[in-house]
Design a protein around this ligand. Structure first.
Ligand code: SAH
Length: 395
């Protein structure tokens, strides 16, 4: 196995189990590893530190083991088994009220570069690293062997792997084939899931508990669901007894999906309407108090995918939240989220604070939200806390 030797004093973060080795810490590479190849990391004195997948880029190695063990099919099988048994013990696996959950959450499951979501009998797998791409078939087999409900594994990595790498990932079934199901049940509600064409793995399972909280606060309220995508929040608001729900998304496909999901749960519902429009434009066009809302949900796409985009992202969050503060009725509730990994909880809160100050509204924090337990965060990898939310009472 090829060895990577670190510069002096660069071993500390790995000794604290942080799973990424940055290229700047490398003194020498003993050989010429292929992208995705398993390598051994040693400190400057050649003491063993970790084993991981090599890749060209600022994160040079994603660690899969801090122990010197044999990395074979059995090793991957055990990791999948561990991830599944934790979810089983927490009651998060398939039941008749919920048949969708995240089985593997990258670093949070000591499998950096791998995401797996389960929808009934199908697991949708996304590789974010070439190392995971290379072993996709082994991983798919381990999923089917350990998770009794799963019969099909769909691989969806065409957009998540680095395009510079000399590989051409193809989306498709690694095991099994298309089911007729194409539907997920979340807290008893039905959602069409299109993992072939949809965003990410097809559905945002990470908002499950936050949607439940919205349901609790929706009774008798007018609700605006911005960036609605599948209409997840809208359907919960309707079940919660909202007097009116408006869903907004700039993608016509998302609006179709929202309408389909509302229809699947509440046929012929007249309290819901959707708008294929830009979020900022929509918010700018609410002029009278009657047009304003009691509850607004802001769940935009990640404004910053890379560190360089951070400043602009923070400005974006501030601008969007300012608009929402301006357009929410007195005594309103704002659910505001950021799913950008590079934006910290503190930075997001500061952006929302600045927006509140600019709009001169009196604002109190009711809840601080994050991601659910099937998206665990390794305590050694705080970057894994990507979903941040605030629920605010706006006077
Ligand atoms: N809240 C959703 C997930 C949102 S994903 C859920 O619970 O599942 C982000 C969505 O924002 C996407 O559907 C995308 O089409 C939409 N979007 C991106 N930019 C937008 C803009 N400027 N205005 C309105 N919608 C936008």
């Amino acid at each position: 196995m090829i060895t990577i030797q670190l510069k002096p004093k660069k071993e500390e973060s790995l000794q604290r189990f942080h799973p990424w080795l940055f290229s700047g810490a490398i003194q020498r590479i003993d050989g010429n590893p292929a992208e995705g190849e398993l390598v051994e990391i040693v400190d400057n004195n050649k003491n063993f530190l970790a084993l991981g997948h090599f890749q060209i880029g600022s994160i040079a190695v994603r660690v899969v083991s801090f122990e010197k063990v044999l990395i074979d099919d059995n090793f991957w099988n055990r990791k999948i088994q561990l991830a599944y048994s934790m979810r089983k013990s927490l009651g998060l696996v398939v039941t008749n009220q919920n048949d969708t959950y995240r089985l593997i959450h990258g670093e949070g499951d000591t499998l950096p570069g791998l995401i797996v979501d389960v929808y009934g009998d199908t697991a949708v797998m996304q590789a974010h690293s070439i190392g995971m791409h290379e072993i996709r078939q082994t991983l798919a087999q381990a999923i089917v062997d350990n998770v009794s409900e799963v019969k099909n594994v769909y691989y969806k990595s065409e957009t998540t792997l680095p395009f510079k790498a000399a590989i051409e990932p193809e989306d498709g079934y690694l095991i099994g084939s298309e089911t007729t199901q194409l539907c997920a049940i979340e807290n008893g509600l039905k959602f069409h899931v299109d993992w072939l064409r949809g965003q990410k793995t097809g559905f945002f399972v990470d908002q499950r508990e936050n949607r439940t909280l919205l349901e609790r606060y929706s009774k008798g309220k007018s609700v605006l669901n911005m960036f609605c995508y599948t209409g997840g929040f809208s359907v919960y608001a309707l079940r919660g007894g909202a007097k009116l729900v408006h869903s907004v998304d700039s993608s016509a496909k998302a609006i179709d999906l929202t309408n389909k999901n509302v229809e699947a749960n509440f046929p012929n519902e007249s309290l819901h309407q959707s708008f294929d429009e830009d979020a900022f434009k929509y918010l700018n066009n609410l002029h009278t108090l009657e047009q304003k809302y009691d509850v607004i949900i802001l769940d935009p796409p990640a404004f910053a995918k890379h560190r360089e985009a951070l400043r602009n992202a923070l400005k974006g969050y501030k601008r969007l939240n300012t608009k929402a503060f301006e357009q929410i009725k007195p005594g309103g509730i704002l659910f505001t989220f950021s799913c950008s990994q590079v934006v910290s909880k503190e930075q997001f809160r500061l952006a929302v604070f600045s927006a509140a100050a600019e709009s001169k509204r009196h604002v109190r924090i009711l809840h601080q939200l994050s991601q659910p337990a099937d998206h665990p965060i390794s305590i050694y990898h705080p970057e894994g806390e990507y979903l941040k939310g605030l629920v605010l009472w706006v006077e």
